[in-house]
Write a protein that binds this ligand. Structure first.
Ligand SMILES: Cc1cc2nc3c(=O)[nH]c(=O)nc-3n(C[C@H](O)[C@H](O)[C@H](O)COP(=O)(O)O)c2cc1C
Length: 222
């Protein structure tokens, strides 16, 4: 079998939001997660500690997050996720939401269906595995940059192995019960997370997002 090139992987990767229940073999997970640790970080600090949940623990963590959501307490992220997007960012945020709800056949005004779709975040979209990306809280933006690089590295390695994923800020919104179940110390925070496994034919998986043109995203200076 020919190995996919990096441009192939960038083209085929998308955020999957529906999965088969089949778990990824542990041997393959060990290989992929070992490779993921090659990601670059500022001064090689490698600030990430990744917690992967599968099987019973996946179900417990999902149940605990859903209980928090249902309690109506509201999110309590450990890092600032409260940015209000403006201008082009707001338009793109809107565009991605419309693409997703469109793929799922959810009308713009159907708030109940949108809430239900949102709730699937805390069920890991049915994926057999979830990952929580944690780092020591004091690292702030320096650590967050490294964590993003780590997550992209991991998502491409997964894709290379025919495994789909979705990065999720939503997995950092109800950290307290997750940290308790996983024994994550207070000084560490969950920045965000990821669901992963083998994508199924859920309608959300037909959603594709666009990107700006080279001239808009990159400026070459001479
Ligand atoms: C840091 C980060 C957090 C994200 N959080 C969520 C999330 O909570 N729920 C979700 O469904 N998608 C989430 N996404 C997926 C984005 O919506 C998605 O990457 C974007 O719309 C581009 O689409 P694509 O990944 O399919 O190319 C997140 C992506 C990133 C990078």
């Amino acid at each position: 079998m020919q190995t996919a090139t990096l441009p192939d992987l960038l083209d085929t990767r998308y955020s999957a939001r529906g999965f088969k229940p089949d778990p990824v073999p542990q041997e393959l997970l060990d290989r992929i997660f070992t490779q993921s640790l090659r990601a670059a970080s500022n001064c090689n600090t490698q600030p990430w500690q990744v917690h992967v949940v599968s099987g019973e623990m996946r179900d417990k963590v999902s149940g605990a997050m859903l209980a928090e959501v249902m309690s109506g307490k509201g999110p309590s992220p450990e890092f600032d996720w409260n940015v209000k997007y403006a201008g082009a960012h707001k338009d793109r945020q809107w565009g991605s939401a419309m693409a997703l709800y469109g793929a799922m056949g959810i009308a713009r005004e159907d708030k109940a269906a949108r809430m239900q779709a949102m709730g699937r975040n805390w069920q890991f979209f049915g994926a057999p595995h979830g990952a929580f990306f944690t780092m020591e809280k004091y690292l702030g933006i320096m650590g967050a940059v490294d964590m993003g690089i780590y997550a992209q590295t991991l998502s491409l390695l997964l894709e290379e192995n025919g495994i789909q994923s979705c990065m999720q800020g939503a997995l950092g919104q109800f950290p307290a019960p997750v940290k308790k179940l996983l024994g994550i110390p207070d000084e560490h925070g969950i920045l965000f997370g990821m669901s992963f496994g083998y994508a199924d034919d859920h309608p959300s998986n037909t959603c594709r997002t666009d990107r700006v043109a080279l001239s808009e995203g990159v400026v070459f200076h001479e």
